[in-house]
Design a protein around this ligand. Structure first.
Ligand code: ZN
Length: 337
């Protein structure tokens, strides 16, 4: 699998490639989590699951949401201008995505989409094709208004990557759903990820990676805040902490962490990609924090807002152009499976 990345100079490509390969190309779950997904999670009520998630202690630094170590190394001595990265001379890209976990979440889509549209935003909605009933009328309404539909796994049981055989079998059913809902993007449930295996999907982009997130079952991150080419598709890592992490695991009551991270991304001309769930934006307070954050972004300006599909198309063109300019561009072969 070929990997192509924002900076073309060999040292930074090397650094990013090693990090991406370690985080997203050799994925395997710990024995503990395999047992949990197979035997415990299917019978555990969601309240108990959330209580367990809340009561887990995490040994993280105060600025756990900033990918400082890799970013510091690759940005050294480089003077990248934002007009080199995003259209319209925007300082950063702003992208909204939602994963819809349950049929209850499905019922909250319309309300959140309306509020986003009113603020001038369009988002993508990642649906689980083989878990709950998908409202076809809602899907076509969203698409006609400029929202996007993506596919979120197979049935969200945490076992998509349990073996190559399981993945291959499910991949063909996922491809059927991609076709059915005219989707071009994918995100794995629980952000499990293997960019090599994901090549089996008929997609323009994947969004199962993240820059940094110590709170996932498979923690870590690719360490960078821009898209990158991963074989046949563009990978779009999410870069703002998930609502589930902030509101449920950490009990946050403000949008301060989102604001801090946004400033960081803006400083580095990155891609601010949000990952929220209509299932967790149910409460009045959570919705208010989310919408206030969107208002803050809109009022501050200086961004390029686009759906993930538009971002991936832009990045593809950009990559081709920079490949043509830099004939000596280094590409690394990550064909291990
Ligand atoms: Zn999910």
């Amino acid at each position: 699998m070929e990997l192509s990345y924002l900076f073309n100079d060999p040292p930074s490509v090397q650094l990013a490639s090693e990090r991406i390969e370690a985080d997203a190309c050799q994925f395997s779950l710990s024995r503990k989590f395999r047992f949990y997904y197979r035997f415990l999670r299917p019978v555990m009520p969601i309240r108990i699951r959330q209580w367990l998630q809340k009561s887990q202690s995490h040994d993280v630094s105060e600025q756990w949401y900033l990918p400082l170590s890799l970013m510091d190394q690759i940005r050294q001595d480089r003077n990248i201008k934002s007009e080199d990265i995003w259209p319209e001379s925007a300082k950063y890209a702003f992208v909204l995505t939602h994963d819809v976990e349950t049929s209850e979440g499905m019922q909250h889509i319309a309300r959140i989409a309306d509020a986003e549209e009113e603020l001038g935003f369009r988002s993508s909605w990642n649906l689980v094709p083989y878990k709950y009933k998908i409202d076809a009328g809602l899907v076509s309404d969203l698409q006609s208004r400029g929202f996007e539909i993506g596919i979120h796994g197979y049935n969200h049981d945490g076992q998509l990557y349990s073996s190559k055989r399981v993945f291959k079998k499910r991949a063909s059913a996922i491809n059927q759903a991609i076709d059915k809902y005219q989707a071009v993007g994918f995100r794995s449930p629980m952000v499990h990820r293997n960019l090599n295996w994901l090549q089996d999907l008929n997609i323009e982009y994947d969004s199962s990676c993240f820059d940094i997130d110590p709170f996932q079952a498979a923690p870590g991150g690719v360490g960078i805040i821009w898209p990158f080419v991963a074989g046949k598709f563009i990978e779009l890592p999410y870069t703002l902490p998930q609502d589930h992490t902030l509101f449920i695991k950490l009990g946050e009551r403000t949008g301060k962490i989102w604001m801090d991270k946004l400033n960081y991304i803006q400083k580095h001309q990155g891609m601010a990609m949000m990952l929220t769930h209509p299932d967790y934006l149910i409460g009045h307070r959570e919705t208010e924090i989310y919408l206030n954050f969107l208002k803050h972004v809109r009022d501050a300006g200086d961004y390029w807002h686009a759906t993930p599909r538009a971002i991936s198309q832009w990045w593809r063109r950009r990559d081709k152009l920079s490949s043509a300019i830099t004939l000596s561009q280094t590409k690394f072969d990550l064909s291990k499976t």
